[in-house]
Design a protein around this ligand. Structure first.
Ligand SMILES: Nc1ncnc2c1ncn2[C@@H]1O[C@H](COP(=O)(O)OP(=O)(O)O)[C@@H](O)[C@H]1O
Ligand SMILES: [Mg+2]
Length: 284
């Protein structure tokens, strides 16, 4: 287990409702997790607790079995392991140029100049930022800023990468590029948790889902298992990914068809084929 929340409560000052209440959640190593839930269910708050920006008012957060400590040194060590990419890149980017921004965290760690230069160079190449390296941050588009934010975090080689609504400001092509990048990041052994309310994206990409509601974990499991629980999802008013909806609609249409043969064809589709259809929609 990489990161573990045990009965964590967090309420913002002046707020009548807790943002997280008695939240118990375990992030297994090596997975691609999606954290799903309506706006305001506590996804961002969970991330801010995960890298120690907030402290639980009750309960405990553990990193690899050890409760977090909130002194400066411990937090610096934690944040090397747990990288958080904010939803809004303005919260992430601190320096004036792309290159300076990527080197910022490394310089804070007190690494030798040569090593910083080497790592920054690698990150600029890996994240396709060569043309932007010397540019002032405030000249970049939102999509470009998101890419720099990810490079900022990944240059520290965290074991756990937290992404808060990473596709929020991206178009389709940028989203696809991001997913390719995340596949590579995961392939090098980084565990990833992505907060999103995009169920299609969650189905396409994740191998483990956490469903949050009003600051509590209400459902978790593989995408297949979670999305099979239609009644629970309906109660949560969450919907289901498009591909499941399409399969249901086709089956329904054929069931209502007077031409029984079509229905027989559909109902004779074996489970394995249905699963293959579902698989087509997943990023490998
Ligand atoms: N800075 C804040 N001050 C007061 N309440 C907040 C603050 N940030 C979030 N909240 C409240 O905490 C709850 C959880 O918010 P958040 O973690 O941002 O959810 P999500 O990221 O899932 O949209 C919401 O009810 C939200 O209104
Ligand atoms: Mg949020």
């Amino acid at each position: 287990m990489l990161l573990e929340f045990e009965r964590v409560d967090y309420t913002y000052a002046g707020s009548p409702q807790p943002a997280l209440q008695s939240l118990t959640l375990r992030i297994p190593a090596g997975k691609r997790c999606a954290l799903i839930g309506h706006n305001g269910c506590g996804k961002t708050t969970l991330f801010l607790l995960a890298n120690g920006l907030y402290k639980p008012q009750r309960g405990v957060v553990r990193w690899q079995g050890t409760p977090l400590q909130y002194d400066r040194t411990s937090l610096m060590a934690l944040r090397q392991n747990v990288g958080l990419v904010f939803q809004d890149p303005e919260q992430q980017l601190v320096a004036s140029t792309v290159e300076e921004d990527i080197s910022y965290g490394l310089c804070n760690l007190g690494l030798p100049d040569a090593e910083v230069t080497q790592k920054v160079g690698d990150a600029i190449a890996n994240f396709n930022l060569s043309e932007l390296a010397a540019r002032p941050i405030h000249h970049l588009s939102l999509g470009q800023k998101k890419r720099v934010s990810l490079a900022d975090v990944m240059v520290l080689q965290p074991k756990l990468l937290l992404l808060d609504e990473p596709t929020a400001y991206l178009d389709q092509i940028q989203t696809r590029d991001l997913m390719t990048q995340l596949r590579q990041i995961h392939a090098t052994g980084t565990t990833i948790v992505m907060a999103t309310h995009d169920l299609d994206l969650a189905y396409c990409w994740a191998d483990w889902l956490f469903i949050l509601q009003q600051g509590q974990l209400v459902l978790e499991g593989t995408p297949q298992d979670v999305f099979a629980q239609r009644d629970t999802l309906k109660q949560l008013n969450l919907g289901i990914p498009l591909v499941f909806d399409v399969l249901d609609k086709v089956a329904e249409a054929l069931a209502n068809d007077s031409q029984q043969t079509d229905y027989q064809v559909m109902s004779s589709i074996p489970e394995s084929l249905r699963n293959r259809i579902l698989d087509v929609f997943r990023y490998g």
